[in-house]
Design a protein around this ligand. Structure first.
Ligand SMILES: [Zn+2]
Length: 325
């Protein structure tokens, strides 16, 4: 711990000459004094270097997202350029320390499957059971009512404790998304119909054709169309979730648009860079009909194996999202 503190202080020292003067506290010349006033401001404004919270209080995530600002010192001004450099260095220092702290925390991956029940759902259900992983199904009620077979597939999901069933609307907007979202009340009612028809237990939704997130303090839209529907869902107790990474496989042939390795690396990149919607949480989007073919099913198994063998990521339900450290 002490050694790390020292290392980080050393890192702090090399971010700029002014910091060297301050931290190493040698005899200050006048230039250094001017800079030190600014550095003092930086020290007051920035979040301390080493608080490592062990709880889910969101403090490290907050640190990662903090925008550093350093006030110009009107008495002993330095150039705009220097101030900008100092601010950038300070921002980097705070973010890097937050990333290091997050690296030591658990990591969570969410496998989400949209549009089921469809051909492919039964295989997904079996794979989740075989691999003993939690998965998330965003369901379309209309599909469950299309045939006895699909109704059965829905029931398999519903009764599997490793599968959480969530709301992806009853009609899937009939795939006419702009028209669907142009009537937010109608769209909202479609979600309610789905909730009732499938007796869904969790108020968690994903909007068809949209990567929109509205939950807790987050509101992020890929397109404005759909925003009102998402807001109505949120106002009525729903959490609306999008995704960080999407995997595409041709359903009929099982031919992947991205290889297992591509997707595995993509998930890792988000986890390592802390640039998913929530750091240490990565949401993967797939569609049930991608896994109607044996080849596709083998790819899904292979991806799960890669994660289980090479990482300590935990497979989670979306109802636990996000784990904020
Ligand atoms: Zn969909």
């Amino acid at each position: 711990m002490l050694k790390r503190t020292r290392d980080l202080i050393f890192l702090g020292c090399i971010t700029s000459v002014t910091v060297v003067f301050l931290n190493c506290n040698g005899g200050m010349n006048s230039k250094a004094k001017a800079a030190s006033t600014i550095q003092d401001t930086a020290r007051v404004d920035s979040i301390p270097l080493m608080p490592i919270a062990d709880t889910l209080d969101g403090s490290i995530t907050k640190r990662l997202r903090t925008k550093i600002s350093i006030e110009a010192d009107s008495l002993n001004p330095i150039s705009r350029d220097s101030l900008l450099k100092l601010t950038k260095a300070e921002q980097r220092r705070v973010r890097d320390s937050a990333r290091l702290a997050l690296d030591e925390k658990p990591k969570h991956v969410y496998f989400t499957f949209d549009d089921g029940p469809l051909l492919g759902s039964a295989a997904i259900d079996s794979i989740a059971t075989a691999k003993k992983i939690k998965i998330n199904a965003f369901l379309v009620g209309r599909h469950a009512n299309m045939s006895k077979g699909l109704k059965r597939d829905f029931e398999r999901y519903y009764n599997n404790p490793l599968v959480d069933c969530y709301n992806h609307s009853y009609t899937h907007a009939n795939n006419k998304f702009s028209a669907f979202y142009s009537n937010p009340v109608g769209a909202y009612d479609d979600f309610v119909k789905n909730e009732e028809d499938l007796t869904l237990k969790h108020k968690i939704a994903r909007l068809p054709g949209r990567n929109i997130w509205v939950y807790e303090d987050v509101r992020k839209l890929d397109l404005q169309s759909g925003a009102s529907t998402a807001d109505m869902l949120f106002t009525n107790g729903y959490k609306v979730y999008g995704w960080d990474v999407e995997w595409k496989i041709h359903g009929l042939t099982g031919k992947p648009l991205q290889s297992v390795n591509d997707i595995y690396k993509s998930i890792r990149r988000f986890m390592d860079n802390k640039n998913s919607m929530e750091p240490n949480n990565v949401v993967l989007l797939m569609h049930d009909d991608m896994f109607q073919n044996k080849k596709g099913q083998q790819l899904l198994s292979a991806l799960i194996d890669s994660i289980q063998v090479n990482t300590d990521y935990k497979f989670e339900f979306m109802r636990s999202y996000p784990f904020r450290y």
